[in-house]
Design a protein around this ligand. Structure first.
Ligand code: G3P
Ligand code: CA
Length: 252
């Protein structure tokens, strides 16, 4: 625990400096002392979960196409590193590979499911099967859970809570959506995930969540002023693209 903040979450790894969702970004996050790593997951055409944010690969690789229309082997032939660090090619990272890294380095994972509605729950189904295969979905103390599922989709959160009671889940959204508590209660989310922009408008969201027994995960907290805001409010988890800088601000 540092100050009022329980944990620093490296958003897509240390993605301020390194190409998001690559091994270099995840390893840098660990080296910089992040307590946890956030990643987005998408399903490939041949049903593998890979750590990617966008629907298509154009922005972060030298390839083209939608992730859902590509096989894992197609993605593995692409370079996801050089767009950010020219001359440093890197492959796509699978969720299995990230789980192995997180376990070896004893870091928590916040896994965000993207577009769960479009794929009718397949992403959560595959995610929960993956967690089960790694022995990561057993019930235990909430704060000790090795993996937390996060999603903007209430139905995705609900599916996780119904099918894997040992896996905590966070409902993401703007503070105005989360403030009353009804949305989180309806899907049995143990945490809420407001954007830092919306938390600035409604800082009372954190205390209200705590009073309802929920923790707060805030994203994406990259300025010193926002880190201080979250720290002062007692936000439990802050997701940042700059873990080392955040750590030094919290110590400051
Ligand atoms: O951690 C939540 C945050 O990552 C949500 O936004 O677009 O970066 O996935 P996005
Ligand atoms: Ca995300």
């Amino acid at each position: 625990m540092v100050g009022g903040v329980a944990g620093i979450v490296a958003h897509r790894g240390a993605s301020g400096e390194f190409p998001e969702h690559t091994m270099s970004a995840f390893e840098a996050a660990i080296a910089e002392g992040a307590d946890a790593i956030e990643c987005d997951v998408r399903l490939t055409k041949d049903q593998h979960l890979v750590c990617l944010h966008d629907r298509t690969v154009e922005r972060t690789s030298d390839g083209t196409g939608a992730v859902s229309e590509l096989d894992l082997a197609d993605l593995q032939a692409m370079d996801f590193g050089s767009w950010k660090r020219p001359g440093h090619p890197e492959p796509v990272v699978t969720l299995d590979e990230l789980i192995d890294l997180a376990r070896a380095s004893e870091r928590k994972l916040f896994v965000e499911t993207k577009h769960p509605v479009r794929f009718g729950g397949m992403v959560e189904q595959k995610l929960l099967a993956t967690l089960q295969r790694h022995g990561l979905s057993r019930p235990g103390e909430l704060q000790d859970a090795p993996v937390v599922v996060i999603s903007f989709s209430g139905s995705a959160v609900w599916r996780v809570r119904r099918n894997a009671p040992g896996v905590p889940a966070v409902l993401l959204g703007e503070a105005s959506r989360l403030l009353g508590g009804g949305a989180a209660t309806a899907v049995r989310a143990q945490g809420i995930g407001p954007s830092v922009d919306s938390l600035r408008e409604r800082p009372d969201t954190v205390a209200k969540a705590r009073a309802a027994g929920r923790f707060t995960y805030c994203w994406t907290v990259d300025s010193e002023a926002d880190v201080a805001l979250c720290n002062g409010l007692g936000v439990e988890w802050i997701a940042t693209n700059h873990p080392a800088r955040t750590r030094s601000w919290l110590r400051g």
